[in-house]
Design a protein around this ligand. Structure first.
Ligand code: GP9
Ligand code: MN
Length: 596
């Protein structure tokens, strides 16, 4: 009864706007199962176990409430491992944060001690053991059934969620907080051990890094061009390359981006390389020059790792690093991972005005405006990393601005409209940056995080890009995102045709700011003329060759013609595969720890 009551209070606290009776059930189901388990034991032991369980869950609930009140998220094992929890405890008073009335979570535990003591001493048990055993089995059976139903339902509705754990609060609400922690423990201790297939020695990996670094030679004309300047990186939600410099129904889709591209270095062949971690993987690639995990979300799975990230290297140059994103701080485990990446401050949903919530969080206009206000107060030079949100699926912006005509009420129509809105907000922001002088004393890097149109709808894109022939080769080539680098004075403006990936953005920035990191998978792209981009699924572009893994086909990148496999292609395929596997090993073995 006490645990049920505590669960009720807890669910109410973590679900202030979602609270209704049905959301309580999963918590109760967990308790039914637990009661079944300790009833299996003999009377006295089961009583003590019940007490200990109450104690343990009270601690978990209190820590979760503490965590939730500060970070809008729930505790996870990796947040304990990477020191996020300790940092919060050492800088805040638990009692103040959880609120005085929640201290009651522990009051019963005190009161129960003498009662249990008397009970154990005085009460003689006369009821036979099977009397407990039968209901216990019933409780367990019922508990397993009800819990499994809930967990399976969630797994079916949102496949991947229970593995990538992108929204821990939601998981806890849907399957109960006890199940959430059990799942977190299972992921942490068991599930990810699947990846322990180490094929390369650490030495091999370090010598790869050494070779890769040689290619990042110092002889490029852009070297150190950013020294002393701010860096503003803007990651744009769902922005794909196929909308750039395009008109639809006679109207430019992204007029502001197009204008800005004309003043910048524009990479028109940049591919996104994200995995299950989506947006967070793009953030990860850019800030670490590592590929994301080939399964699960890197931000959750490897948040306890050590990284040689951009913020850490900027710190050595005297820069502070800031990250801005208008969603809940816990989404994609961001606030835990940002700690490991080394951002000095994370401005999440609660750091912005609450009167412009659109979709998952703060609307882009408010987001840009208030991020800029915050930046105005920073000591310069700084590194600011902004992640937009409003152009996220389902693309239901309040205003309808773009005449999508026959595409009205279609996925693609909504997407174009949403991207057009993003472009408008970005245009306002870029104007403000210019007015305030940031364009003269900062380098601006912008790119799309991943596709907004899912691959099964790729064929729809040809309705907007009638200039492209519909075929396997072009389906693949539509997986591009724009990459834009703006220098003060519109210097170096040009269009780059080389094939590059998000993983290279780190190196591009590192070279501009004189940052040296020998442990990178990316490469210098401002001064190169080579094509290279690798994907976790085995596809790659290398020189003139494109390999599409799910088709097991090779193409000539210049004309899209299919190539027959030969030894040379096989060798290249193996080299590319090896690099991707080495990266997984770096993550799994936390190899950068040894070198920090
Ligand atoms: C969530 C936002 C969108 O905060 O970044 O995430 P996505 O679904 O694109 O990965
Ligand atoms: Mn995204």
């Amino acid at each position: 009864a006490l645990l049920t009551y505590k669960s009720y209070i807890f669910v109410k606290i973590i679900s202030p706007t979602y609270f209704n009776r049905s959301i309580l059930f999963p918590s109760f189901y967990c308790i039914i199962l637990l009661i079944g388990f300790f009833m299996v034991f003999k009377d006295k032991i089961s009583l003590i176990l019940a007490y200990l369980l109450n104690l343990l869950l009270s601690i978990v609930y209190i820590l979760d409430i503490f965590y939730f009140n500060l970070k809008g998220d729930l505790l996870s094992l990796v947040s304990i491992k990477n020191g996020t929890l300790t940092k919060l405890i050492s800088t805040n008073s638990i009692f103040e944060i959880i609120g005085f009335k929640n201290v009651l979570f522990f009051m019963d535990l005190l009161v129960l001690i003498p009662i249990i003591f008397i009970y154990l001493k005085k009460v003689r048990f006369t009821v036979p053991y099977y009397f407990y055993l039968i209901p216990s089995i019933l409780f367990i059976a019922l508990g397993v059934n009800l819990n499994a139903k809930h967990v399976n339902k969630l797994a079916e509705e949102q496949s991947g969620l229970l593995r990538n754990m992108s929204n821990k609060l939601y998981i806890s609400r849907m399957i109960g907080n006890i199940n959430y922690h059990a799942l977190d423990g299972y992921n942490y201790f068991f599930r990810y051990k699947e990846d322990n297939n180490f094929q390369y020695s650490d030495e091999e990996i370090y010598s790869f890094f050494k070779e890769n670094n040689k290619k990042n030679a110092d002889n490029n004309p852009y070297l150190n061009k950013g020294q002393g300047k701010n860096l503003i990186v803007i990651q744009l939600e769902s922005l794909q390359e196929f909308v750039i410099n395009q008109k639809f129904n006679g109207k430019e889709i992204t007029p502001n981006l197009n204008k800005f591209i004309n003043r910048s270095v524009y990479f028109e062949n940049c591919f996104y390389q994200v995995g299950e971690g989506n947006t967070s993987d793009a953030e990860f690639l850019v800030n670490n020059s590592l590929y994301p995990s080939s399964n699960g979300a890197t931000y959750y799975k490897y948040a306890g790792n050590t990284f040689n990230s951009l913020p850490k290297n900027f710190k050595k140059k005297g820069y502070n690093s800031y990250v801005f994103h208008g969603n809940n701080e816990g989404f994609w485990n961001r606030h835990v991972m940002y700690n490991s990446i080394g951002f000095d401050k994370f401005y999440g949903i609660r750091d912005f005005s609450q009167d412009d919530i659109r979709g998952m969080g703060i609307g882009d206009r408010t987001f840009f405006k208030e991020s800029l206000e915050k930046m105005d107060s920073f000591k310069q030079p700084f590194y600011s990393f902004l992640i937009t949100l409003t152009s996220h699926y389902p693309f239901k912006d309040k205003e309808e601005l773009f005449p999508v005509g026959e595409l009205k009420d279609t996925f693609l129509g909504d997407y174009i409209n949403s991207i057009h809105n993003l472009d408008r907000e970005l245009g306002i922001f870029l104007n403000d940056l210019e007015k305030k002088g940031y364009l003269d004393n900062s380098i601006i890097v912008m790119y799309g995080d991943h596709n907004g149109v899912p691959t099964y709808l790729t064929k729809e894109i040809y309705k907007v890009r009638k200039d492209i022939e519909k075929n396997d080769f072009n389906n693949f080539m539509l997986g591009k995102v724009p990459l834009i680098v703006h220098f003060p004075g519109d210097n170096y403006k040009s269009v780059k045709k080389e094939v590059v990936g998000q993983i290279d953005i780190y190196n591009l920035i590192a070279n501009l700011y004189g940052i040296k990191n020998p442990y990178v998978f990316g490469r210098e792209i401002l001064s190169t003329t080579d094509n290279k981009v690798l994907f976790n699924n085995g596809s790659f572009i290398y020189d003139d060759i494109l390999y599409v893994s799910h088709l097991n086909k090779y193409f000539n990148i210049n004309n899209g013609q299919e190539l027959t496999e030969n030894q040379k292609l096989k060798d290249i395929n193996n080299i590319c595969k090896k690099e991707i596997q080495m990266n997984q090993q770096v993550l799994r073995k936390n190899l950068l720890l040894m070198n920090n």
